[in-house]
Ligand binder design. Structure first.
Ligand code: URA
Length: 183
């Protein structure tokens, strides 16, 4: 089966699963170039994402877009999704049960897209892949799991809250550009 069909099938499977938590929210499956070597993975959709059924369309998304432009990449040239694919109420953090419920789907989504490098955004997404990592220490470093690179970065919302984090976020984005240029 080709990638596009496999992803459509996966999306339908999520839609058909009535046992998943966060029933009141819309499904935000993910979007972008399904052949990209780079897959950004955030935490969970927020209000804007839930309304538009697209990941990272609010202020955090705009910061990602701006940094992609700076390294001459297009938003549509990367793939973007979240570990939890429905919005938790009032934008609270996703809990263990929610993360676990969506895990089989994210695992399959990664398998289908098969990126060379995964960029978890923020603490939750980083600890999903690297349970002992500390975002403030390990962002901007390259890890490897099952032959795939993992490059944690600060969540853009954290970058928007503080100048120091913003500087590190921008520096890591540039580093990501250099890493991928050398693939
Ligand atoms: N924050 C996230 O982690 N994901 C989104 O899609 C939007 C905001």
């Amino acid at each position: 089966m080709n990638k596009k069909l496999a992803l459509e099938k996966l999306k339908s499977e999520i839609e058909a699963n009535t046992k998943l938590p966060l029933k009141k929210s819309n499904l935000v499956f993910g979007e972008g170039d399904i052949n990209s070597p780079v897959m950004f993975i955030g935490e969970a959709p927020g209000k804007n994402e839930d309304l538009e059924k697209r990941p990272f369309v609010g202020r955090s998304g705009q910061l990602i877009n701006k940094n992609l432009e700076k390294i001459n990449w297009k938003r549509g040239g990367v793939y973007i999704t979240n570990i939890v694919k429905k919005r938790p109420p009032l934008n609270r953090d996703p809990n263990e049960k929610e993360i676990e419920s969506f895990k089989p789907y994210l695992t399959k989504q990664i398998e289908i897209i098969n990126p060379k490098i995964i960029v978890p955004l923020g603490r939750f997404a980083t600890n999903y892949f690297l349970p002992t990592a500390k975002i403030s220490v390990d962002q901007g470093k390259i890890f490897e799991i099952d032959g795939r690179k993992i490059f944690p970065m600060f969540h853009p919302a954290a970058a928007l809250r503080g100048t120091k984090v913003m500087k590190q976020f921008e520096a890591s984005f540039k580093k990501l550009g250099r890493i991928v240029d050398n693939f």
